[in-house]
Structures are given as C-alpha cells and as structure tokens.
Ligand binder design. Structure first.
Ligand code: ATP
Ligand code: MG
Length: 421
C-alpha cells in the first residue's frame, strides 16, 4: 500500500525542529509579558463573513487564498487566514473593549491557499500583536518597537524597517480618486492583475511586484502629496518616536496594506537574508476595523510575524545552535522483573523534583542499555538490577566522569543529583 502524504503546503514540524520553535515562542511570550500584553486564543474556524468583512472581498487573501467550505449544517466556514479579524471579533463579542483598551497577542496556525515555496506554505504560523483602543502615535511606536526588539533579541540579522503612512480615510479617498484617474490613463501599460485592481483595489496596484508596472508607477501621483496637515504631523511624530528609540527605518511610499480600514502608519520589517520572501513582519494602524465588524469606533494598531520565515532566519544563524535539545539529567537503566518495576517510581520521584529523566524500557542486555545511556548525553545513569531491587537501592553511575559507583536509596540519589547540579 502507498503510504499517505501530508497535503501540499502543509508541513510537519519534526522533533529536531521543535526546540528552535519553542525557543522563538518562549522568547516572544517573554517580550509580550514584559510589555504587559496578554495572550488571547481564538478558534481556527470562523464564519466566512468575518473575513469577507474584516479583510475585504477585494484582497488576494479573501479573493483567492481562503480555505472555505460548508459544514454539515450548511454554514460557510473558513479556516482563519490571519489573526486580526478573529481577535477583534472576540474582543467585541466578549465586551473586552468596554473594559478599556486591550493589549493582546496571539499565535498559531493560519491557512492560505497559495503556491508553496521556501517561506510560503498553506498552513503557516504567525504571532501577532493587537493594541485595541489606542490612538496616540506613541502606540504606533511602541508596537513597532516591540516587534523590532523581539527580532533583535532573537538574533535575526539584516533587519530593515520600512515605513509609510496611508493618511486618514479622507486623505485616502482623495488620493484614490486621483490615482484611479492616473491608472485609467495608463491602463494599456499595466499588467493584467493591476488592470483588474483599478476598480477593485487601486491602492494595491502600488504594491505590484511586476517590474514594468513598478517602473511605470514612478510617475504616479503620490499619497504623500495628498496628506492633510494633520496626517503629516501624526506621521512625523511616529518617525520622531522611532528616532528617539534609535530604531532605524526607511520611508517606502509604495508600502500599502490594501485594506480599506487601514489608515496612517503601515510598516514591514524585512531581512536581507530571506531572499524572495523577505518580509518577516507586517503591520499597521486599522482604526476602521472594529466598527466595520460591528463594534464601537475604536482606534487600533497591530502586526503579525511569520514564524516559518523567522525560523528559517534563525536556522542560518549561530544562535540556532544554542537552542538544540538539552540532554536528560538522568538515564535509568534496569533489567529483571523487580528492577524494571522500580524504574518508573524512581523516574517519577526525580521528575517531580524538576529533573529531566529518560527511562530505558527495552529490557535489553545492560551493555545495550548503557550504549543508549551514553548516546543520550545524560551525565548520570541510575542502574537497577534485581539485586539492587531486592535491597531497595539504586546504583548512581557517572557517565561523563570517572567517579566511583554509589549505592543509594532513591531519596539519596535524588539528593546527590540535586547537589551536583
Ligand atoms: P506576502 O506579501 O509575503 O504574501 P502578506 O502581506 O500576505 O505577505 P501578511 O498578511 O501581512 O502577509 O502576514 C504577515 C506575515 O506572515 C508576513 O510578513 C509573512 O512573514 C507571514 N506570511 C504570510 N503568508 C505566509 C505564508 N503563506 N507562508 C508563510 N508565512 C506567511
Ligand atoms: Mg500574501
């Protein structure tokens, strides 16, 4: 029979890789904790309408990339393609916003039906931050600083922050009209995708990866020229805030996050070490979203990081070496009916005290078990034969030094190991 395979773009994380993931997750959790940001967990499956309304029908994500199906109750369901819409839904549904501003983070799998390649999968993982109920430019700076510091702390190299402002909804409406007129006038020179976007999502044309379109756009009207004085002022406060923190950035007027509810700050953090899929973190201000999903008008800013791309980066750096698996503190070797019956109680005693203990359950010859004990990297073995079992003792053997064997009670063994740590 042919063995079954995972679905295309759905990737197994094998045990050799999970330590690095755990390291990244733990580092992120620590950064969030220190910034007084609390975790929220929402379902992987939501009603399709949440994303249609929350991300926008005209986006690639909703238009082409969602895993949508009817459940057994004929309800249209979608595997979440991103986290923000769900977090905002949950905040509204549970009245969190009436308790005051919310500083939230989330993490977990997301699903998009895309063409898989390095750093791009169909099930991928994000960690993300959402600051709900914060309007001040300082909150934009704080959100960006948290992302920047986390990446720097993880040891990600070649980082660059790209920054733009999309202005207020009014600024953008004005600009949109100007841009559409210009695009219409140059329709023939645009690639097919961009031609289509003129009517559905004209700002996204600016984001086109098409080289000829990119070149043409050099002559397009710029959003910066359409900004009101107030929006200019706001943007300069964000820039000053970043400068004051010593976080370097470049301005990228092409950086648009094509959703209608985005406003003001938009940013991406890229790494020069990533190749084509260079963006590790993307985010921005989305003052319109909470209202769009049925809540009271609430300003907000957030970002999401792609875990796969983060891990790819770390695998290439020396930092990764330090996140390899720690060996057990103790390896338990036993042979004979009575002896084997003592192995698990001994392991439990030591585990309850916080030690990492591996048991050899094979019942194989002692020589074989010792070979495995050596390979485990444990500094000590506990050896139990039937003679020791009858006497209620265990032999503690040093595997990395040349100290003599000691015959100890389980409690004495535990005390000896704790002293030796
Ligand atoms: P891209 O332009 O790379 O498709 P995006 O704008 O669709 O990115 P966002 O929706 O902003 O991405 O998601 C934030 C981050 O999540 C991205 O910067 C990236 O690191 C990661 N990401 C997005 N889609 C995928 C995917 N299919 N596989 C792996 N990581 C992804
Ligand atoms: Mg994408």
């Amino acid at each position: 029979m042919q063995p079954l395979q995972s679905l295309r773009g759905m990737v197994d994380l094998l045990p050799e890789h999970t330590p690095l993931w755990q390291h990244v997750e733990a580092t992120a959790a620590a950064h969030f904790r220190r910034a007084a940001i609390r975790e929220i967990r929402t379902p992987l499956l939501e009603v399709t309408e949440l994303f249609a309304r929350g991300i926008g029908e005209a986006t690639d994500v909703v238009g082409k990339e969602m895993y949508t199906f009817l459940d057994r109750g004929e309800r249209s369901c979608t595997l979440r393609p991103e986290g923000t819409a769900s977090v905002v839904r949950a905040a509204i549904q549970h009245g969190l916003l009436s308790q005051g501003p919310q500083r939230l983070w989330y993490g977990g799998p997301m699903f998009r039906y895309e063409r898989p390649q390095a750093g791009r999968q169909r099930q991928f993982h994000q960690i993300g931050l959402e600051l709900l109920g914060f309007a001040d430019p300082r909150s934009d700076v704080e959100a960006i600083a948290i992302a920047w510091d986390l990446l720097a702390d993880l040891g990600v190299g070649g980082l660059a922050l790209e920054l733009n402002t999309l202005g207020s909804p009014d600024d953008r409406a004005r600009y949109r009209a100007e841009l559409v007129a210009w695009l219409e006038a140059h329709r023939d020179q645009l690639d097919a995708d961009s031609q289509q976007r003129i009517s559905t999502n004209p700002l996204r044309v600016l984001d086109s990866k098409h080289p000829a379109t990119q070149e043409l756009l050099e002559g397009a009207p710029s959003l910066a020229d359409a900004l009101s004085g107030e929006s200019h002022e706001r943007f300069s406060q964000v820039r000053q805030g970043l400068e004051a923190l010593g976080i370097p950035f470049t301005l990228n007027p092409r950086l648009v996050r094509g959703l209608d509810y985005y406003s003001h700050t938009a940013f991406e953090i890229t790494s020069s070490q990533l190749g084509a899929q260079a963006t590790v973190c993307g985010g921005g201000r989305y003052d319109g979203l909470v209202q769009q999903l049925g809540g009271a008008p609430t300003p907000a800013i957030g970002w999401a990081m792609g875990m796969e791309r983060l891990v790819l980066l770390l695998q290439r750096s020396a930092e990764a070496a330090s996140a390899s698996v720690a060996p057990p503190d103790l390896y338990v070797v036993s042979r004979g009916v009575q002896a084997e019956a003592l192995a698990l109680p001994l392991a439990r005693l030591c585990r309850q005290a916080g030690l990492v203990v591996e048991i050899d359950p094979s019942g194989a010859a002692f020589s074989k078990q010792f070979r495995r004990a050596d390979r485990s990297g444990a500094p000590h073995a506990a050896v139990i034969g039937d003679e020791e079992a009858a006497a209620g003792v265990v032999i503690l053997r040093e595997l990395r030094g040349d100290g003599a064997d000691r015959r100890l009670s389980p409690e004495q063994l535990l005390a000896a190991l704790r002293e030796g740590r």
